[in-house]
Design a binder for this molecule. Structure first.
Ligand SMILES: *Cc1c(COP(=O)(O)O)cnc(C)c1O
Length: 394
């Protein structure tokens, strides 16, 4: 009993600091309108930026994939679980982003979380003197990957290239790995990737880019942050998730073929897990077609129009809208309790917006995290903007 009492005491302590997290059960497909507890809500909290998660062509492709490949993969990739669907997807992904790398291959993972663990443990490899240089706002999966790699980790302040340059210059390691989110998931701003890459090239370092929020949304063809900035290097290691704009699940790493072969041979988060359902990989072929084609371009243009509508409509005095040009639109409030109250008030009105607290963001920077999707109409955004303007004055 004492063991349980202790946990219960810790849970109460969380609650007293307004830090308890609750799940809401969604009855309908992911989209702008979802049903929760029998109520229809207008949702501004998913990462389904292009509105593909419930797209009829994606649903049809998943059905077709299940008919062709069944449900489970039945094994890990290195034993028996690697199907034709996975292989086809990896080929398409390598083509999709390969122009920004050299001799590129791609490797499909079940989740972005695992891909990040694999990249950081795999790249440091057997070099115990490897060093990881990690941007301070990096996603939790990168932080965990750095920890799991059991090499020295230096955290550099957000977007501070001078600080990073000093750390790199002071490092005697033969394997330097700089790692950053491309689009910061709770702020929506972009990392200065061109300058980061130049710095890495100067210091003989890898640059690992986590493009979870850029893949599909950035670049003329939706190929992500590398396309957006026009970067190319054999020392780039690119991670894109397929769970956000791509509307499905999983992630991939694309890099020089020797990096990918190293991950296949050594990365435990790749090796010791069952391959994702082949049908999902099959559906992702359709997702890539949509992202890279005219429909994707149309959806990205529509997102830009919605952003412009927020620019024109929001009239905030106390809250701060962070300067983001991506579908991630955070409104900084500060205190946990006020943020939770604002989230609850919106919810009462049928508007579902994520309220983000520490430890996901630094203490004192709790915020509403509005995410836009190409599935939203301009009437949807007008309703949100009006509600936010009114709420901030109360
Ligand atoms: C969502 C996210 C991940 C994890 O991807 P999943 O596919 O959800 O596991 C990794 N990095 C960043 C920056 C993310 O936002």
């Amino acid at each position: 009993m004492e063991l349980i009492a202790k946990l219960e005491q810790q849970l109460r302590a969380l609650d007293e600091r307004s830090l308890t997290r609750r799940r809401r059960t969604v009855e309908t497909p992911c989209g702008p309108r979802v049903t929760v507890d029998g109520r229809e809500l207008l949702a501004f909290c998913s990462n389904d930026y292009l509105g593909l998660a419930g797209h009829p062509r994606m649903v049809a492709a998943l059905r077709e994939g299940a008919a062709r490949y069944g449900v489970g993969s039945g094994g890990s990739h290195l034993i028996s679980g690697h199907s034709r669907a996975h292989a086809a997807l990896e080929e398409r992904l390598a083509e999709f982003v390969g122009a920004h790398l050299e001799s590129a291959r791609a490797l499909y993972f079940c989740t972005g979380y695992m891909a990040n663990l694999a990249v950081l443990t795999g790249l440091s490899g057997s070099d115990k003197s490897a060093e990881i240089f990690s941007e301070s706002l990096n996603h939790a999966s990168l932080i965990d990957g750095a920890r799991l790699s059991r090499v020295a980790v230096q955290v550099y302040p957000h977007a501070d290239l001078d600080a990073l340059a000093a750390l790199l210059a002071g490092s005697g390691s033969a394997t330097k790995i700089v790692v950053t989110d491309s689009v910061f998931s709770m702020d929506g701003n972009l990392a200065p990737l061109p300058a980061l890459l130049a710095l890495c090239e100067r210091h003989g370092a890898w640059l690992v880019v986590d493009d979870a929020h850029g893949f599909g949304t950035l670049g003329a063809h939706g190929r992500g942050a590398l396309e957006h900035f026009g970067l190319r290097s054999p020392h780039l290691v690119y991670m894109g998730t397929l769970s956000k704009a791509a509307g499905a699940a999983g992630a991939f790493v694309a890099a020089h073929r020797s990096v990918i072969e190293t991950l296949i041979q050594r990365a435990r988060p790749y090796i010791y897990t069952t391959a994702a359902a082949p049908a999902l990989a099959h559906a992702l072929l359709t997702s890539l077609e949509l992202i890279g084609g005219e429909e994707g371009a149309r959806r990205r243009a529509h997102l830009q129009q919605l952003l412009a509508q927020m620019d024109a409509g929001l009239r905030l005095r106390r809250w701060t809208r962070l300067p983001s040009r991506t579908p991630i639109q955070p409104l900084l409030i500060g205190a946990n309790d006020e943020t939770m109250r604002a989230g609850a008030a919106l919810y009462e009105q049928g508007l579902w917006v994520g309220a983000i607290r520490p430890p996901t963001v630094p203490p004192g920077t709790a915020r509403l995290r509005v995410t836009l999707s190409a599935g939203h109409s301009s009437a949807d955004v007008a309703r949100l903007v009006d509600a936010l303007n009114a709420l901030e004055r109360t």
